[in-house]
Each structure stands twice: as structure tokens, then as C-alpha cells.
Design a binder for this molecule. Structure first.
Ligand SMILES: [Fe+2]
Ligand SMILES: [Fe+2]
Length: 168
């Protein structure tokens, strides 16, 4: 298998994440704090990946990955708290999905120290850190935000309407 060409004839280093996914209105949940957190996660993830794609060293990428990890954990906790407050009926399954991503993050962070500058194949190897970051961000945005997070949008709007009726 030619690992330098995981997408047909195109090499990984030619794939810009922001060309693959545009973070925009279609990914908005209609909750300002959550939308801001999603965008921050997407921006940092994209930044790490693009930095690696342009040849950024592991030592430079590592702090950004740590920042991404902290943001994700804080976001999951915040989102679960908001969903708990509105009594979201599918919270249990949503939290299980978060747990799965937390585990993926742990694996990614455990693998990071194993990457050695001299053994790195930038933009090519499926084992390279940029590859796992890209996979993760694609999974988070297209997989989780676009599907699972969008699923609670109606419950959020309904709860907002309820409380505004209660205030009237
Ligand atoms: Fe979520
Ligand atoms: Fe989310």
C-alpha cells in the first residue's frame, strides 16, 4: 500500500483541512457559548494539522495538542451540564459518545511522546501525528457536531421558549 497517497492519487500534505470542512452556519447549534467552543476546537485542531502539514516540529505541535485536549474536556463537561439543565432525554448516549472521544484523545496524547523528529514522515505517514489530528477533527466536526450535537438543538430551543413563556 502506498501510504503517501491515502486519498487516491492525492498526497496527505496537499489536503487542507479547512478546504475539507468549512466551519460555518451549518455547524451552529444556536447556543453562543457552545458554538464559540466548537469553533475554537475546530480552529485549534485545524491549526495543529496545518502546522504539521507545513513541516512544524513535534515539539511545537505538542503544546497546541495539549491545549486542544484541555479545550475538548472542558467543552464536553460544559455541554453535558447544559444538557442536564434542560433535561435532555438522550444525554446518557451523548455522554457515552463524549467518553469515546475522550478516550481517543487520551490515546492520541499517549502516542505523541513516541513520535521522534528524525523518524517523522511529514505529510505522508498514516502513523504521523498530523494524520491522527486530522482524523479526530473530521470525526469531531462531521461526525459529532453535525450529527449528535445538532440532535439536541431542538431541545435547547424548546427549553428557551419554555423559560421565556415562564418569564412573561
Ligand atoms: Fe457533544
Ligand atoms: Fe459539542
Amino acid at each position: 500500500m502506498n501510504i503517501s497517497a491515502p486519498f487516491g492519487c492525492m498526497q496527505l500534505q496537499h489536503l487542507s483541512l479547512s478546504n475539507l470542512i468549512q466551519f460555518g452556519d451549518h455547524l451552529f447549534i444556536d447556543h453562543p457559548a457552545i458554538d464559540a467552543q466548537h469553533k475554537a476546537i475546530f480552529d485549534i485542531g485545524t491549526g495543529v494539522y496545518e502546522n504539521w502539514r507545513r513541516g512544524g516540529s513535534i515539539n511545537v505541535l505538542r503544546p497546541a495538542v495539549e491545549k486542544l485536549t484541555n479545550l475538548m474536556h472542558a467543552h464536553f463537561s460544559y455541554e453535558e451540564r447544559v444538557l442536564g439543565e434542560i433535561g435532555y432525554e438522550d444525554l446518557k448516549n451523548h455522554a457515552i459518545e463524549h467518553r469515546r472521544m475522550r478516550d481517543e484523545l487520551s490515546i492520541m496524547n499517549e502516542q505523541f511522546p513516541m513520535f521522534k523528529e528524525e523518524k517523522e514522515v511529514r505529510g505522508g505517514s498514516l502513523l504521523a501525528p498530523g494524520w491522527s489530528i486530522m482524523q479526530f477533527i473530521l470525526g469531531f466536526t462531521i461526525g459529532h457536531v453535525a450529527c449528535c450535537d445538532m440532535g439536541y438543538n431542538r431541545a435547547l430551543v424548546a427549553s428557551r421558549e419554555q423559560s421565556s413563556i415562564g418569564c412573561a
